[in-house]
Design a protein around this ligand. Structure first.
Ligand SMILES: C[S@@+](CC[C@H](N)C(=O)[O-])C[C@H]1O[C@@H](n2cnc3c(N)ncnc32)[C@H](O)[C@@H]1O
Length: 200
């Protein structure tokens, strides 16, 4: 099975789901982006050594490890479920043991995505349906504020893009849709990536 093969290669455990004990309606469950989808995304979308990625709602860290392993760029995962966050840290220890030579930083921060302080070098922002559009709006406003302070081009990458996210980005922000990548038929019409760019 492909998912297991990639987990073994990266020496991590990211398969499975985790529901919240108390559902709020705002924060979604853990489920990793399929590796096969990540493979398709990064066939046509590449990262440069100067890029710095944030995965909002990083779960057990699959996207962070995958990107770090492929591009050796700085990656930050932000996760607010304490158990899931601990699992990401366990994964990081094992991953780092195996891939000592990849020297870019990889870090996980415990906390709410909407409270993450965007660093001036952060320029690629990844979301796999982590939370409601109301929380997404707050995070995007933080990104825009950061770009106001430190002018730079930034991308938002959405996997499983729901209509309300697309509508918000189109109608209420300066981000422009630059690419669509079909990636995973098991997720039906939502099994795709949309990439939005803000150029300054
Ligand atoms: C669908 S999973 C995506 C995991 C990972 N990004 C990936 O693609 O493999 C969404 C994750 O977001 C986390 N999450 C939900 N709301 C959050 C919030 N407000 N701040 C940080 N993490 C959150 C969940 O606990 C879950 O682990």
């Amino acid at each position: 099975m492909v998912e297991r093969k990639f987990d073994r290669k990266l020496q991590v455990r990211t398969i499975g789901l985790r529901e919240w004990r108390k559902q709020t309606g705002d924060y979604n469950r853990y489920e990793a982006t399929p590796y096969t989808a990540l493979e398709k995304l990064f066939r046509s979308y590449t990262l440069k050594s100067t890029d710095s990625v944030v995965d909002f709602g990083s779960g057990r860290g699959r996207v962070s490890f995958y990107i770090h392993h492929q591009f050796n760029v700085p990656v930050t995962g932000v996760e607010n479920n304490d158990k899931t966050f601990e699992e990401a840290l366990d994964n990081k220890a094992l991953y780092r043991q195996k891939y000592k030579k990849l020297d870019a930083p990889i870090q996980f921060e415990y906390g709410l995505a909407e409270q993450y302080e965007i660093e001036p070098e952060d320029n690629k922002f990844y979301f796999f349906n982590p939370f409601s559009v109301n929380i997404f709006k707050k995070v995007v406003r933080n990104i825009l504020h950061s770009v106001d302070e430190e002018k730079r081009p930034v991308d938002i990458i959405l996997y499983y893009p729901l209509p309300e996210f697309k509508k918000f980005l189109k109608k209420e922000t300066p981000f422009k849709l630059i690419n669509k990548i079909k990636a995973h038929s098991d997720h039906g019409q939502y099994g795709k990536f949309l990439i939005y760019r803000l150029t300054t």
